[in-house]
Ligand binder design. Structure first.
Ligand SMILES: *[C@@H]1O[C@H](CO)[C@@H](O)[C@H](O)[C@H]1NC(C)=O
Ligand SMILES: *[C@@H]1O[C@H](CO)[C@@H](O)[C@H](O)[C@H]1NC(C)=O
Length: 339
């Protein structure tokens, strides 16, 4: 089972055999949420992500872009970036006005919220054409495909009407197409290049064990916590010797504030079966040095068990030594015929 798993792990863990050491595909994606509270109050929150690493953030209608890393500008010149911001603001301002103007016709009912996901991906070193999706009140509304706006089946007549309007705006599809299939991939490649050191940096996990709330009479919930690792792919399993425990339950994969990750996995066992179990952690930052934590060392009962074993071993050793001593130096010697 472990052997079957290892090639899979190699494929999942970045850095094992591709040169750049990045998880493929790598994407640059931008998410934005626009809250239209009423005709005079709109709030925007946006962020850009390289894989699971946040690179940019903005807030407000005319909010400026915050570059979260020294390399977040890639190799785009300040002039190019300023032009982009200016273009973005003027278009976005006009877009907000248009949404208000067409709200009634397109059946947008205040207060409402739009969510956008857009970006582009890198497959085996090559950037692919980008994507853009938009949702209304949490339901897919439309997407951009082959130079036109396509309504989502869930979007109903509202989506169809919105797409008809967007497709009629001369020049808009051309701008969006160019941004998705030219600017985005170019930016993605240059940001990846500029931020290589930070993106490829690996942070080792820490792991510890605890017991969770008892799942029932005579049962124990063993909890293995793994925290502070980067990048995200990780493998954590409860084991007995080399045997994976298939009832291992992955629980929460949560972000820490410092961009590292936290994972908890649990195993529900009969109280008598906990002894001999261990939690094993594989992560690209650890190389071949998996972290292995033994439940027996963790639990007080385990400590007592271990202490008893050590005492027995000590006594056995003493007894052996005494026996040897007596054979060679004690009264036994005189009775052995060969000596
Ligand atoms: C718009 O909504 C905001 C926030 O709810 C409120 O403070 C403001 O008075 C509203 N404006 C109008 C014109 O309704
Ligand atoms: C910017 O970076 C991209 C990708 O790394 C590269 O192809 C391009 O030549 C660079 N442009 C400049 C002006 O350095």
């Amino acid at each position: 089972m472990l052997f079957l798993f290892l090639p899979l792990l190699a494929a999942l863990l970045p850095g094992s055999d591709n040169k750049v050491g990045l998880e493929e595909p790598v994407s640059l994606h931008v998410i934005q949420t626009s809250y239209f509270y009423n005709r005079s109050w709109v709030q925007n929150l946006g962020s850009a992500w390289l894989g699971d690493l946040e690179t940019h953030r903005w807030e407000g209608v005319s909010g400026t872009i915050v570059y979260l890393w020294p390399w977040s500008k890639g190799n785009f010149s300040n002039k190019e970036l300023t032009e982009f911001e200016t273009f973005f603001h003027s278009h976005f301002g006009r877009y907000i006005t248009e949404v208000h103007n067409f709200a009634k016709q397109l059946k947008y009912e205040y207060p409402f919220v739009f969510q956008y996901a857009t970006g582009c991906e890198l497959h085996s070193g090559k950037a692919s054409a980008g994507f853009l999706r938009k949702a209304y009140q949490g339901t897919d509304l439309l997407s951009f495909q082959n130079k036109s706006w396509v309504p989502s089946p869930q979007g109903g007549s509202r989506a169809k009407a919105t797409c008809r309007l967007l497709n009629s705006l001369v020049g808009l599809t051309e701008i969006v197409h160019r941004a998705l299939s030219y600017t985005c991939p170019r930016f993605l490649l240059s940001v990846l290049d500029a931020g290589k050191a930070d993106i490829q940096q690996k942070v080792k996990p820490e792991a510890w064990l605890s017991s969770g709330p008892s799942p029932g009479p005579g049962r124990l919930l063993l909890v293995c916590h793994v925290s502070g690792f980067y990048p995200k792919p990780v493998w954590v399993m409860w084991m007995r010797g080399d045997q994976e425990q298939p009832r291992t339950q992955p629980r929460d994969l949560l972000p820490n504030a410092d961009r590292t990750w936290y994972l908890r996995v649990t195993l529900d066992v009969a109280a008598g079966e906990a002894s001999g179990l261990s939690c094993r952690v594989k992560h690209s930052s650890l190389g071949d040095q998996d972290i292995i934590l033994y439940w027996d060392h963790h639990s007080p009962a385990g400590f007592i068990f271990l202490a008893v074993i050590m005492l027995v071993a000590l006594l056995a050793g003493l007894a052996f030594w005494f026996r040897k001593y007596w054979i060679h130096h004690g009264p036994l010697r005189t009775r052995l015929p060969l000596q």
